[in-house]
Design a protein around this ligand. Sequence first.
Ligand code: NAP
Length: 297
Amino acid sequence: MSETPVTVLGLGDMGTALARALMKAGHRTTVWNRTAAKAEALAAEGALTAATAGEAVAASPLVVVCLLDYDSVRQVLEPLGDALSGKAVVNLTNGTPQQARDLAAWAAGHGAHYLDGGIMAVPPMIGTPAAFLLYSGSPDVFADHRAVLDLFGESHHLGEDPGRAPLYDLALLSAMYGMFSGVLHAYALVRSDGVAAADVAPLLGRWLTAMSGAADGFAQQIDSGDHATGVVSNLAMQSAGFVNFTGSAGDQGISPELIAPIGDLMARRVADGHGHEGLSGLVELLGAGGPGAVQTR
Ligand SMILES: NC(=O)c1ccc[n+]([C@@H]2O[C@H](COP(=O)([O-])OP(=O)(O)OC[C@H]3O[C@@H](n4cnc5c(N)ncnc54)[C@H](OP(=O)(O)O)[C@@H]3O)[C@@H](O)[C@H]2O)c1
């Protein structure tokens, strides 16, 4: 087998999917998990199992880490110390930009080459064209192991700052949670009137698809600082209508807590004299930055 041997630390749902993608492509794959039983299915499929994280790291030049959070990553990697020297460490664990920068500095101190990553996929999407992954940190690790990383999904390197991939990851996931919040509120609302969620789902999917294009328009307005030009749904109108969302929730006996915050921001922005603008202006209430602070890549 000529493919690069790869180690995977962490065999939760995602680590298991990553290991399977490697094995399917013929990589000698060594796996380790804190709870050893989770490695049994992969071992039956041909993975090599390591009794300790140290043994797993020693087995391959490329180490993929996919644990719950950075605390668990630290708990697993720190005792290994200089055993990581010369290794390419690709950490796909969700975290903050600062956590990624701190871990990259720690890894460099032990001679490891560090690449951080964010996975824009759920486990069944790994290895399919629907998956994409965001990376930042060592350009050499990305270039040297690009073929391996592409097995997980389409790979994007966002620069040498290890914090950049988690920044994008958290931004995309924030938008996802905003969408999910709205979806859950929508289903609670119709359920309160005896309507099955499944009856609404096709129309909801169509509506979300139609509205997803707003992200591009908002981006232009936010980068330019001009939230008024070309507006067809002014904020005063939207704010006046929004009381119906919170009001109907009260009438129907459901909590408005998933959607109420944006209504409060709309009312504040209108009160500040921006009722003629569009929704994108709410970003100005969230702090940090402004058009002058934007860097182009
Ligand atoms: N699943 C998804 O849809 C998805 C999508 C994108 C990104 N991600 C990210 O991928 C990472 C893994 O997610 P997952 O879905 O695989 O989670 P998971 O199924 O809950 O698995 C968590 C993993 O972390 C390990 N772990 C937790 N605490 C540990 C500790 N203190 N020491 C050693 N190992 C520890 C667990 O080991 P044990 O088995 O011993 O508990 C397990 O291997 C997360 O950062 C997540 O945000 C997940």
